[in-house]
Design a protein around this ligand. Structure first.
Ligand SMILES: *Cc1c(COP(=O)(O)O)cnc(C)c1O
Length: 454
């Protein structure tokens, strides 16, 4: 007789009431995850990679629970998305209520008020007290594309500058803005025209070049190679994400903003990864008080539902002709309901302060490791967006192989950990802001042990 499993009776519900513990009951990945990974290979494009093939059935607080019954510590938040936690109760309630009302009309066909309320909230939360407008989309890359479209329309100019180590997405336009060839661009060209690259401020690897000097170096290259009269926009991540959590030296961003404003160039901050309390400010731009002309947001905006946005100066955002901006699903009502509950939680639960607490725990412990271990070249980032750069202890060269061993060992011990960096030698910590301190510290101890053994 075969026993038929009834998943609904064994699968735990997600959300913060899940037991907040690391619990391994099989090797990682367990047999059921391995079977699913084999099915994936037969059904899903090989181009869609998986960092750690544990198949998830529930998540909340600071854990992910897999199909084999393992409970893993989440230090990735699905790439900085679930800042408020997975299946946060307010988000679940808001989405469920909307689900029972209606699921879709297309805002550009027959609109609804939650889209407007999301726009009003973004206009209020983003830096600057000038008149603003917002438009909603589905993914970070789609929002970046639209920010570029809007900047070109407003300025009547075409060129766009992005920076070394930049990541802006995987669509044709955003691939061109993204710096790294493997795996993001290789074989996918040709790329869109009129995209240029400027040198970044990367204090750990540029000899600690002063931020203003680094900005002037970039500006000089832009003026010589492109010309402000041809330049529609400069786009930059205030702290680079995929590129390695690179925090530019103080003065770099304000100098670029000033130059853009003096030269009728739209300054676009890509805050897709840094936005919504992640860095210990509501936005990373707040740290040095810069006021971007346009801001692109996505990941942390809606507790895991797909939504992205461009918010910016009213005169720029109102430039495109009616119908020039939009899409079928942009600002979907379920995603808007989730975003309103999520953004309310960032404010009411003071998650900006929580991100700073998490940052203090991370940097305190990681700096202690760095002092004792010369392979930890740099500890950097802000708030709950912290990274370590691993290097050869003698030469200081990036050590991607060591990084791979550390991350693999942490995975085997039930800690979800991500890498990044142009040289593949950066471990990034992006825990949900809902993670309990004890679990965060346990996760760090696992990483520390993995580094000691590697
Ligand atoms: C993730 C990311 C994007 C792309 O967002 P998607 O939703 O994956 O399209 C763009 N910019 C930055 C800074 C990102 O981190």
């Amino acid at each position: 007789m075969t026993i038929v499993e009834t998943p609904t009776s064994t699968v735990p519900l997600g959300g913060p009431s899940l037991p907040q513990e690391r619990r391994l009951v099989t090797s990682i990945p367990g047999p059921k995850s391995q079977a699913l990974q084999a099915r994936k290979a037969q059904a899903v494009s090989a181009g869609v990679g998986v960092t750690l093939p544990v198949y998830i059935v529930a998540a909340g607080g600071g854990v992910l629970v897999d199909v084999d019954g393992n409970s893993l510590i989440d230090l990735g938040s699905g790439i900085a998305v679930t800042g408020v936690g997975n299946s946060a109760p307010q988000v679940v309630e808001a989405v469920a209520a909307q689900l029972a009302q209606f699921t879709h009309t297309c805002f550009t066909v027959a609109p609804y008020d939650s889209y407007i309320e999301v726009a009003e909230t973004l206009n209020r939360l983003t830096p600057g007290d000038h008149a603003k407008r917002s438009a909603l989309f589905n993914s970070g890359a789609e929002a970046v594309e639209n920010a570029v479209k809007i900047a070109r329309h407003y300025t009547g100019k075409q060129a766009v500058v992005a920076f070394d180590h930049a990541y802006h997405g995987r669509t044709t336009l955003t691939m061109g803005l993204t710096a790294k060839n493997q795996p993001y661009k290789n074989g996918f060209g040709p790329f869109a025209a009129e995209l240029y690259r400027a040198p970044m401020s990367y204090p750990y690897r540029d000899g600690g070049l002063d931020g203003v000097v680094a900005a002037k170096r970039a500006i000089s290259q832009i003026e010589k190679q492109i010309g402000a009269e041809n330049l529609a926009a400069v786009i930059i991540e205030p702290i680079q994400g995929e590129g390695g959590f690179i925090v530019p030296a103080p003065g770099f961003l304000p100098t670029l903003v000033d130059w853009c404003r003096a030269n009728k160039v739209v300054f676009i901050a890509d805050e897709v990864q840094t936005g919504f309390a992640r860095t210990g400010d509501m936005f990373a731009s707040d740290h040095e008080g810069i006021v971007p002309d346009l801001m692109v947001m996505a990941k942390g905006i809606a507790g895991g539902l797909p939504l992205s946005a461009v918010t910016g100066r009213a005169e720029i955002m109102d430039s495109p002709q009616v119908g020039g901006i939009g899409g079928t699903y942009g600002g979907n009502p379920l995603a808007c309901a989730a975003a309103l509950a999520t953004m309310a939680a960032y404010e009411s639960e003071n998650l900006v302060a929580r991100a700073r607490e998490i940052g203090a725990i991370l940097t305190g412990r990681l700096n202690a490791i760095r002092t004792a271990d010369k392979r930890v070249g740099d500890v950097r980032g802000r708030g709950a967006m912290i990274a370590v750069e691993l290097v050869d202890a003698v030469t200081g060269e990036p050590d991607a192989a060591l990084t791979g061993r550390v991350v693999a060992a942490a995975h085997a011990q039930g800690v979800i950990l991500l890498t990044c960096g142009t040289y593949g030698n950066v471990i990034r910590f992006l825990p949900p802001l809902s993670i309990p301190d004890g679990l965060l510290i346990e996760g760090l101890q696992v990483v520390q042990a993995a580094l000691a053994a590697a």
